[in-house]
Design a protein around this ligand. Sequence first.
Ligand code: SF4
Length: 458
Amino acid sequence: MLLRHTPNEIKERSALTINPAKTCQPIGAMYAALGIHKCLPHSHGSQGCYAYHRSTLTRHYKEPVMAATSAFTEGASVFGGQANLLQSINNIFSVYEPDVIAVHTTCLSETIGDDIPQIIAKARDEGKIPAGKYVIHANTPSYVGTHVTGFANMVKGMVDYFAEANGHKEQWINIIPGYVEPCDMEEIKRLTKELGVPSIMFPDTSEVLNGPQTGKFHMFPAGGVTTADLMRTGAAVGTVALGRLASGPAARALDTKCKVPCEILDLPIGLKATDIFIDTLRQIAGVTVPDAINLERGRLLDVITDMHQYFYGRKVALAGDPDQLISLTQFLVDLDMWPIHIVTGTPGKKFETRIKEITRESPYPVNVRAGGDMFLLHQWIRNERVDLMLGNTYMKYIARDEDIPLVRYGFPILDRIGHSYFPTVGYRGGLRLLEKILDALLDRKDRDAPEESFELVM
Ligand code: SF4
């Protein structure tokens, strides 16, 4: 109904985005900052931006997201936001007592050209930052990049401000988990522990945005990487960064700053990417893979084999974040499904090249676009129909109009729960994904089956 008038004919558009497949940079920066223990994210701009960032995160995680704003008015918009930020830093440390304030900019403060490091230095000189407390920052102009870029910039900021080399290498590994759900971070930590590899994960939003109901309000939840651990990242034996776009810049910065070598891998979504993740940890830490992890892998493999007939040859359309789409596309290809329309709102030609490589044996032409939008995805679908769609909540309009099953995946998911509690990374996460895909395909099969072939058993 809502998108019924999307035309089949595709015209090149360079100055118009319709139904973007992305959100704005500060949202990712705010999400990353929440992964530091006792950190208050701070939006340096107007209250409108800040309200949008907080509400998007709150709606996705179904948790109250705490943050602050420089609350620009006309004066700050013309003369710059230094006075507002200085006042904010003073107020926040006096009233809320966080360990860290993580400042990210907005389109407005970037256009004005506020020099955040200079303002932070001034705040320190004026005694507005108490001893043992920190103010860090990331530049997040939203007219370039997306929430993934914002996340990457803030994670790199953690390295720039905290990481310290202590002259010798300690036996732990840094894990940068990428733009994934809090439960995914938890699952990556569990796998690492199961392997017997000591690690520091940053950022870590588990138990921040998927915490329990205790009946008590906590301004700063239990989770998050501590500032002490962030400093220790510079002495690690190595870094495993998951997701080239979201985690790569921080891993490279840590290598440059503290000589911590890094491996940048795909997000461990699906069998192959998880194998590579486990094997990389095994090699760096010199451990053997325990039976418990082999068991999890075997279970995933078993379901893939048993259910192969339902996956085989199904055409899929996907929209979302590049790091996730790369691993998801690989997983679908490994299941003998055919991802044929793939769009991310985040620009970057490398993404298109990588997807083309993964889908090179596809019997269908594959449409892929970095910096594209959902309008284009809808047009592709109208020209070549698919059996399944994977993507965030905004895909539901296309799903409804085209009557195609949708598996919700990515960010934001505003109309379902589960994504922050049930991981999709690792072997167990792969099983969860398979279950969701199978449910969607088999529910559709049941719905459309004529009475004589409406089967009780699959
Ligand atoms: S003005 Fe920029 S920072 Fe603010 S909400 Fe819009 S895109 Fe995001």
